[in-house]
Design a protein around this ligand. Structure first.
Ligand code: G3H
Ligand code: ZN
Length: 286
């Protein structure tokens, strides 16, 4: 069933669980996320990034329609989220497409500019009933030092800034930099759990972990116990998809039916989704 993301986040917080959110690029990604979530019996978020829209020839509609129809038919609660958006026009399409939440990504901007742009996004999104996530990670770059990207391994979110940013912007969730990094193909990231605890206490809103593909299962569990609610995963699906397709084509050089290799890729992604949904949704157990 399609459920507003805000409700899924609130239920996860109340239950001491995490909420996994998977980035989708193709129809196979969408189908794999729903299949994996159903096998695990947990709620998930299907998220479409601005980059994915760019890949889909600049159109949100087709992928959004696929995600929406898969969510409606799913046997588990599924939310729809627009991820890493900087384009205000794309943000405005989210409500029309049935999305329950958006992430406005001003993390590359200086603090004041990020805050101003985020405030504008929050004003609009709340006016349309959407849950809003923003990001604050640019703690490098102060005192004239070269800015670290918000997901550079050394970048960290400052708890004092996080508290001020949330209070001033009214965001519903905050993506924080605590040691994870986007697009990692090995699961070797070590998180700063002490900082995470301080951010949880300071921010006062559910926190979001980006770049979770590079984080080992035990670290993900600890992060959810320590204050992370939404766990964003993208690259891990592409790693599984690509390995399965490569394996299938290598094993059968005469294969030309796309279903032969895309189906193998879809199944490989579903297995990742099932495992991570159990890890994230079960993190508070035991
Ligand atoms: O917003 C999306 C996530 O941060 C995905 O990161 O591709 O490194 O798992 P990842
Ligand atoms: Zn991200």
């Amino acid at each position: 069933a399609l459920v507003p993301t805000g409700e899924l986040v609130a239920e996860a917080v109340a239950g001491g669980r995490g909420l996994p959110a998977f980035n989708v690029i193709t129809l196979e990604h969408v189908e794999a996320v729903v299949a994996g979530a159903e096998r695990a019996g947990g709620a998930v978020v299907l998220q479409v990034s601005e980059n994915a829209v760019r890949y889909r020839l600049g159109r949100l509609g087709p992928l959004a329609a696929a995600a929406r129809s898969a969510a409606v038919a799913a046997g588990v609660p599924v939310g729809l989220h627009l991820d890493h958006v900087t384009d205000a026009e794309l943000l405005r399409q989210a409500a029309d497409e049935g999305f329950g939440s958006v992430m406005y990504d001003g993390a590359k901007l200086p603090y004041e500019a990020n805050l101003a742009a985020t405030c504008e996004a929050v004003l609009w999104a709340h006016g349309h009933g959407l849950w809003v996530e923003a990001e604050l990670g640019e703690v490098g770059g102060k005192d004239g030092a070269a800015p670290l990207g918000p997901h550079a391994p050394g970048a960290r979110t400052d708890p004092g800034e996080a508290a001020a940013f949330v209070a001033a912007s009214g965001v519903d969730g905050l993506a924080v930099a605590v040691g994870s990094s986007h697009a990692m193909t090995s699961r070797t990231a070590a998180l700063d759990h002490g900082l995470l605890g301080r951010l949880r206490d300071a921010a006062g809103v559910p926190l979001v972990l980006h770049g979770s593909s590079g984080v080992p299962d035990e670290e993900v569990r600890a992060a959810v116990r320590g204050g992370i609610t939404k766990v964003n995963v993208g690259t891990a699906l592409n790693v599984a998809l690509t390995a399965a397709v490569r394996e299938r084509l290598g094993a059968e050089p005469g294969l030309v039916d796309a279903r032969g290799y895309l189906g193998a890729g879809r199944e490989a992604m579903a297995e990742v989704v099932e495992r991570l949904t159990r890890v994230v949704a079960g993190a508070g157990e035991g």
